[in-house]
Design a protein around this ligand. Structure first.
Ligand code: KIV
Length: 265
């Protein structure tokens, strides 16, 4: 995406219309936000993957709104022009549109982020409409939706059967018509993601959904090779875990052997 200093939802939409890819990356703190922006990332998503990659949880289900607010505020402090999206955690928006509104207002007011993201398709359309009608930018997320891992029993690919593909297309249409400004497609067949990207007027953001999506997103720790395990669709572009390990090991040896600190007196 050819971007000016401050990214907006309208700019992301124009990028889709012009066929320009936008680049999304997760971030969880101020320093990662600054590094990602320096490297040219357009959108910073404070994902509830926070629970798994930073806080040691097995799933995203335990992440709280307070944790999301704490980390999103840190990311906002580090951004200069990127669009910042805060994931709404499990249990903080599904009960009713009103509950989702109260949660979104907290996220927006307490972090100064630009948009909220929620998981779900057709069943969340009423909620997305309620939020959009009240001026909130909502990013929807369908396909593999990690907050439903207990229901689906794992993180496998979605949209494998014809019925599921039809449902995902209905989901995409429903969230667009409800007023979502963008749509994350996670771990679905590439052809299906291409069809959905053609079908909807809002930008699609793919993760494990192939090259036809309007934008791509990866989790910070996967991209940089910091994760112990990462999904097959998330190749590491560096081995930062090894770089950190080497530096810490060298310093540890230097301390034990009396080489650090140098005696300058
Ligand atoms: O929580 C997250 O990081 C996400 C992305 C993987 C899309 O939802």
């Amino acid at each position: 995406m050819n971007r000016k200093k401050t990214v907006t939802a309208a700019m992301l939409l124009r990028a889709k219309q012009r066929g320009e890819k936008s680049v999304w990356l997760t971030a969880y703190d101020t320093v990662s936000a600054k590094i990602a922006e320096e490297a040219g990332v357009d959108v910073l998503l404070v994902g509830d993957s926070l629970g798994m990659v930073c806080l040691g949880s097995e799933t995203t289900i335990s992440v709280t709104l307070e944790q999301m607010i704490h980390h999103t505020a840190a990311v906002v402090r580090g951004r200069s022009g990127a669009w910042v999206v805060c994931d709404l955690p499990f249990g903080t928006y599904q009960r009713s549109p009103e509950q989702a509104f109260v949660t979104s207002v907290r996220a927006l007011q307490e972090t100064a982020c630009d948009a909220v993201k929620l998981e779900g398709g057709e069943p969340m359309a009423k909620t997305i409409c309620f939020l959009a009608d009240r001026g909130i930018a909502v990013v929807a997320h369908i396909g593999l939706t990690p907050q439903s891992v207990k229901k689906f029993g794992g993180y496998g690919k979605r949209g494998q059967s014809r019925d599921e593909q039809t449902q995902l297309k209905n989901d995409a249409r429903a969230v667009m018509e409800a007023g979502a400004v963008a749509l994350v497609l996670e771990n679905i067949p590439h052809g299906l993601a291409a069809d959905i990207t053609d079908m909807v007027d809002i930008p699609t953001i793919g993760i494990g959904a192939g090259p036809a999506c309007d934008a791509q997103i990866l989790v910070w720790h996967d991209l940089l090779g910091m994760s112990e395990r990462s999904p097959p669709f998330a190749p590491a572009y560096a081995n930062v875990r090894q770089v950190m390990n080497d530096a810490i090991r060298q310093w540890t040896n230097d301390v034990r052997n009396g080489r650090f600190p140098e005696d300058v007196s």
